[in-house]
Ligand binder design. Structure first.
Ligand code: ADP
Length: 512
């Protein structure tokens, strides 16, 4: 037999999946690690915890799959984006890995937005100006921890760290690089304007390689524990977001990947890098000629969870007693209300928002309440509001990448038939729910198969991903949504100027 491993370095855990060359799962392993949050805004991980986790999951799948040394044809990597590790002269980390969720660079991304430099840099890098991006984080470190900045030999990310430990070279592939905010996506090189702004020379950053490039010669000590021999190629791979598009079979033009998990995202693959004139969308590399345009959304299923906990606490207790999902009880309640919730609109910005409005001060609201509206209307309206917000991201994507033709949707929301149908009705598109298991690992493995010549085209993934549900838009419903969506969108613009005033008030008076 011939096998390939797809591994994903995530924010809370690392996973490895052993596949055969048809994409069948042979073995799986997962190992978690701690997120350090010692001060407000901090979200860090220990790079060595992560490296140990990688070694552990690789060893586990080799063992569980009873893989003979010559049967493993490659190992290919996915990783979370935007992490930053500072390395010293002796190639030891000076910091933990500062993750995408770390918010401490907010002051510096605000500065970049206000002085206009951010917009110019975005137009070349395709990474929205935000504290998540290494661009903002390095600026923060330069200003607030200058001693660390000056001691740094290399600014790298988690995946570069893992490859450095395994092979002794600092190489970063285009996909992770395209999410740093410092990589010119049109010229495939570090962007001089970003480096100049940071006072960084290019030698402080890793060498750039292609996602399909590979390296072999694993350090013998790690080769021994994992059972992986020195001739096995490691494919650099790409980031988790773009590989998840591949892993759910949203790779062909016009096929939109929509995720509603705790947070959410809308993404589509295009064949050339594109940027949004207003800086609201990202454009990250999958390969040199496949790019993923999209928007990350904070307010996905977490908002539904808030509705359950705050408005339906008794139902939650009943569900626990009956050992059924409390979300199922709530969606049954919402189902009794007609599409459009009798004109009750909900803006889901309970946690500030990234795409589509990129406003950390944004807050949630119900609009249009009457005495006829009930809690049941509120739950339906919340589910609809989450989808309207994703629809707004889709409209922005449509502006730069053309009209979508279908949707592949994933995440916890897909457990609800009502919510899946709502997505089809609001977007007026066919929605397919792929049979997805660790889609970023599958994406990494498929990219690896492509790099190794086992498949000629990434779209071969269609033969590896099953389908669980298909939904067609219901015309009675989408006509209602067509009337409501313009009101919801206009209302977003009306509310926007007041978000900061109410957030300031809350920050002043609200006790945590
Ligand atoms: P994560 O994004 O953290 O990996 P999931 O993809 O499992 O998590 O998504 C969790 C969210 O999915 C929950 O917050 C909830 O909104 C939603 N969800 C979970 N189960 C159901 C269900 N049965 N019906 C509707 N929504 C659900």
């Amino acid at each position: 037999m011939e096998y390939i491993i797809g591994a994903d370095i995530g924010t809370t855990s690392t996973k490895a999946v052993l596949y055969d060359m048809k994409g069948n799962v042979i073995a799986y392993a997962n190992k978690g690690y701690q997120l350090y949050q010692d001060e407000p805004g901090m979200a860090e991980e220990d790079p060595d915890d992560i490296f140990e986790a990688i070694i552990d999951v690789l060893s586990q799948v080799m063992r569980k799959g009873k893989v003979k040394p010559d049967e493993l044809k490659g190992v290919s990597f996915s990783s979370a984006m935007h992490s930053l590790i500072l390395m010293d002269e002796n190639d030891e980390p000076l910091t933990r890995a500062i993750t995408w969720a770390d918010n401490r660079a907010a002051k510096y991304s605000d500065q970049l937005k206000e002085n206009g430099l951010g917009k110019e840099i975005y137009a070349k890098t395709g990474t929205p100006i935000h504290p998540m991006a290494p661009l903002s984080k390095i600026l923060w470190i330069k200003n607030e921890k200058p001693e660390l900045f000056s001691k740094t030999k290399k600014f790298i990310d988690l995946k570069t760290y893992v490859f450095f430990k395994l092979f002794g070279e600092y190489n970063m592939e285009y996909s992770i690089a395209s999410a740093t905010g410092m990589f010119n996506i049109f010229e495939l090189k570090w962007e001089p304007q970003a480096l100049e702004m940071l006072g960084l020379s290019e030698d402080k950053l890793p060498n750039l390689v292609e996602p399909t490039d590979k390296i072999s010669g694993i350090d013998p000590s790690y080769g021994k524990v994992t059972g992986i021999t020195a001739d096995v190629p490691f494919i650099y791979g790409a980031s988790d977001g773009v590989l998840s598009n591949l892993g759910v079979n949203a790779i062909d033009p016009g096929v939109l990947a929509v995720t509603i998990g705790t947070s959410g995202a809308v993404r589509v693959v295009v064949d050339k890098p594109v940027v949004d004139p207003n800086g609201n969308l990202f454009c990250y590399a999958l390969t040199k000629d496949k790019w993923v345009v999209g928007g990350p959304v904070n307010n996905g299923g977490i908002v539904f969870r808030w509705v359950r906990d705050q408005l339906f606490a008794p139902e939650k207790i009943t569900a626990e007693q009956m050992q059924i999902s409390s979300y199922d009880i709530l969606t049954q309640i919402a189902e009794k209300i007609p599409a459009g919730s009798d004109g009750l609109l909900f803006h889901p910005y309970l946690g500030g928002e990234r795409a589509p409005i990129w406003n950390a001060y944004a807050r949630g609201s119900f609009f249009g309440l009457t005495r006829q509206h009930t809690r049941a209307h509120m739950v339906r309206s919340a589910l609809e509001g989450i989808v309207y917000n994703l629809y707004m991201v889709m409209l922005m994507i449509e502006g730069v990448a053309g009209k979508p033709k279908s949707i592949q949707a994933t995440g916890g929301f897909a457990r609800s038939e009502l919510w899946r149908q709502m997505l089809a009705d609001i977007f007026e598109q066919d929605v397919t729910i792929p049979e997805s298991f660790e889609s970023s690992c599958l994406g990494a493995a498929v990219l690896g198969m492509y790099s190794l010549g086992y498949i000629d085209d990434l779209s071969e993934v269609k033969n590896m991903v099953g389908v669980t549900n298909v939904h067609k838009p219901n015309s009675e419903n989408f006509e209602v949504y067509r009337e409501l969506l313009p009101i919801w969108i206009r209302l977003s613009k009306v509310l926007e100027p007041e978000y900061k005033s109410i957030a300031d008030f809350q920050n002043k008076y609200m006790k945590n």
